[in-house]
Design a protein around this ligand. Structure first.
Ligand code: TRP
Length: 448
């Protein structure tokens, strides 16, 4: 066990928790989670979701944190150092590739949220109804340069933060942005609950409808937990590598997970109350956040303020997630290539920018390009989210359970933990439940 370490460490437990929650809370919390809950049984789905969080999400999060902290390495180095001389480092490479692809298009969408925030402040959104907003969104995405500018500026902001390193960059901004998301969502919730029908919407969202429960719904919950916790991409693993041996992995995993679920529910209350008050069916994705919700906010007195708060909360959510994606790749280059942080940050930023250009152009210059029926952004998302992420999640699980081995992982998790009495349960889940769950996510994602 190396204890004299030159690796940077989190300055505080709160900073680590907020940064990791920031990674988990992203656009998916706003445009996917509320819609899934609304469609799949409201409160009954939430109960099921919590069970899956406890049974699969938290054990996987603990495993990634333990791998990172034990090896003191990021995503490729962790596999290699825990099992040197084998080909397992390739599993880390799958994760790194997934992260690069996700970063490429996520930064484009993040750029849209930034452009909308600025437009909103300038008063360019508040007068529009849903037809005007539909047109505006088409204008933006069908423009050649604007999405690229937005993406570039967003990457510069995120890269500047990671440039300052773990404590002075990621942690410091996580402490501001993650609570910022919560405050902004609470402000919105405070408004939408007072709409006529808003409160009924919130009640409808939370009301359990057990009739809609099915095996399929459970599997959907499973996929959402995996995706929302930013698992399988090495983000949790890399953040875990900055933990000290005094930090409590089980307790921190529990806090991070419940915070992510809590913020998802908060976003769900905002989204569903707002839509319910206007009788709009919730649909996931771009249409929800760039058209339906701003249309609702635009009917309110002080529309400029409400749409600005909304787009700012989206930008913050996207930013904290993007920071974690960039850090996965930075840590990789710093360790594997011996690069300085500035060199890694600039390289990763430029690479992500270039890789994202086809996605930024996917609805303008490259609109006619369809690969297997997908536009470029859709294809990148499909390959990364449905193939590479679940694959690297599955490989990570097999690695922890059967290669590095649960006894070694248990020993690491126990360090600094007030108690790890659930160790036998954790080990059972990692060996038998999690591999089956991830195999399912992988297969289902490929055949839908
Ligand atoms: N968890 C974050 C979100 O909900 C970020 C994220 C994790 C993500 N995996 C992803 C985003 C895959 C896109 C695709 O947005």
């Amino acid at each position: 066990m190396q204890d004299s370490r030159d690796r940077e460490e989190w300055g505080s437990r709160t900073g680590f928790v907020l940064a990791t929650v920031g990674s988990a809370v992203g656009l998916g919390n706003v445009w996917r989670f509320p819609t899934i809950v609304a469609r799949s049984g409201g409160g009954a789905f939430l109960l099921l979701y919590l069970v899956i969080v406890l049974a699969v999400g938290i054990p996987l999060m603990m495993s990634e944190l333990a791998m990172g902290r034990r090896s003191q390495k990021g995503v490729v180095g962790a596999f290699r150092d825990l099992r040197p001389g084998t080909g397992w480092w390739l599993a880390g490479l799958v994760a790194a590739l997934a992260v690069l692809l996700i970063t490429s298009y996520y930064s484009v969408i993040a750029g849209w949220t930034l452009i909308y925030t600025l437009l909103s402040v300038a008063g360019g959104i508040s007068g529009l109804g849903s037809a005007g907003l539909t047109e505006l969104f088409a204008h933006l995405t069908e423009d050649t340069l604007l999405p690229i500018y937005g993406q570039g500026i967003f990457l510069v902001i995120a890269s500047t933060i990671v440039f300052y390193g773990v404590t002075a960059g990621i942690e410091r901004w996580g402490r501001i942005l993650t609570p910022g998301i919560v405050v902004l969502l609470l402000v919105l919730l405070g408004r939408v609950l007072f709409l006529e029908g808003g409160l009924e919407g919130a009640v409808w969202f939370l009301r359990p409808n057990f009739a809609q429960m099915s095996f399929g719904v459970a599997l959907e919950a499973l996929g959402q937990v995996f995706f929302s916790f930013s698992l399988g991409m090495g983000a949790v693993l890399t953040y875990g590598s900055y933990l000290s041996r005094r930090d409590d992995i089980p307790v921190n995993s529990l806090i991070i997970s419940l915070a992510d679920v809590g913020i998802a529910v908060l976003a769900g209350l905002v989204v569903i109350s707002a839509l319910f008050a206007f009788g709009i069916e919730p649909e996931a994705g771009f249409g929800l956040v760039f058209i339906a919700l701003p249309a609702v906010f635009n009917t309110l007195p002080g529309a400029l303020f409400w749409s600005t708060v909304f787009f700012l909360s989206l930008s913050f959510a996207a930013l904290t997630s993007l920071i974690s994606f960039l850090e996965v790749l930075n840590a990789l280059l710093i360790e594997e290539r011996g690069w300085s942080r500035p060199r890694a940050v600039v390289t990763v930023g430029v690479l992500s920018f270039i890789a994202g250009i086809p996605s930024a152009l996917s609805q303008s210059l490259l609109d006619s390009v369809r690969i297997l029926g997908w536009d470029f952004m859709g294809l990148t998302d499909m390959v990364a989210s449905n193939l590479l992420l679940p694959l690297s999640g599955l490989l990570t699980t097999i690695f922890v359970a059967w290669v590095w081995g649960t006894p070694a992982a248990e020993e690491e998790i126990s360090l600094g933990a007030v108690s790890f009495r659930t160790a036998p349960l954790w080990s059972f889940i990692m060996r038998y439940i999690a591999p089956v769950a991830l195999t399912y996510i992988l297969v289902a994602g490929l055949i839908f």
